[in-house]
Ligand binder design. Structure first.
Ligand code: SF4
Length: 242
């Protein structure tokens, strides 16, 4: 018979320990990034569009300039397509700029120039997928919902499932989202920190090719990290010899 139960982290104590260690690390290691200082939905949205497939350092350069030129949804909605493209010039993946512009026009066109706070509504807007919907709901509105990007999927897979080598099939994605949903704290402010912290861990420590397990705050709880003791030491020796 098919199993219908939603995957969750089986041991609540383990989930709590993961969150505790992660948030303690975040408090001392988080990067100071401009989009983390705002809860303005439009500013969060712009950062999320820019961060899709683009390095943080590059976005940090474009983000303030774009916001200076288009400080809110209404201004962006009224701007000619050429001006939006010009402000995006150099960031690449111009479909993002087109989608952001159409999103602004569709939202501002309703006479209510604001963004919904529900991921189920956000996902109906141009250029917004499940990750961006969760990210805007969490980072702008402090909703206790998951936001699973590539970094988060990698961390959750390595910690709770034990490997990240398999391709993310639809079923595997569903499992990871369910695990993420079971881990996100119920308190919105804590959920904001949790989502930021998992992403940061994936960006700085649990990186794709050579995870830095010896430095990782959640290593004692990680299925992959525990078995990488020898590999990690070998990798460290290798990197020192370069
Ligand atoms: S212990 Fe290693 S594999 Fe596990 S989360 Fe940390 S960096 Fe990633």
């Amino acid at each position: 018979m098919a199993r219908t139960s939603t995957p969750r982290v089986r041991k609540p104590a383990r989930a709590q320990a993961f969150t505790r260690k992660l948030l303690a690390w975040w408090a001392r290691a988080a990067r100071d990034l401009p989009w983390r200082k705002t809860r303005d939905p439009y500013r969060v949205l712009v950062s999320e569009f820019m961060l899709q497939q683009t390095q943080v350092s590059r976005v940090a350069e474009y983000y303030p300039r774009f916001l200076e030129r288009f400080p809110d949804l209404r201004t962006l909605a009224r701007a000619p397509a050429r001006a939006v493209r010009e402000a995006w010039d150099g960031l690449g993946y111009y479909a993002r700029a087109r989608n952001l512009h159409s999103l602004a026009k569709s939202v501002a066109g309703d006479g209510v120039p604001t963004l919904p706070d529900d991921p189920a509504e956000l996902i109906k807007l141009p250029g917004i997928g499940p990750y961006t919907a969760g990210a805007v709901a969490s980072f702008a509105y402090e909703k206790p919902v998951p936001a699973v990007d590539t970094n988060v999927a990698r961390v959750i897979t390595r910690v709770f499932l034990g490997s990240s080598r398999q391709r993310l099939s639809g079923n595997r994605q569903r499992i990871i989202w369910s695990l993420a949903a079971s881990l996100v704290p119920k308190n919105g402010k804590r959920a904001w920190k949790f989502n930021q912290a998992v992403m940061e861990l994936g960006a700085l420590i649990c990186v794709a090719r050579k995870p830095r397990c010896p430095e990782c705050p959640v290593r004692p709880l990680c299925r992959t990290g525990k078995s990488r003791r020898t590999d990690a030491a070998g990798e460290n020796r290798l990197s020192k010899s370069r």
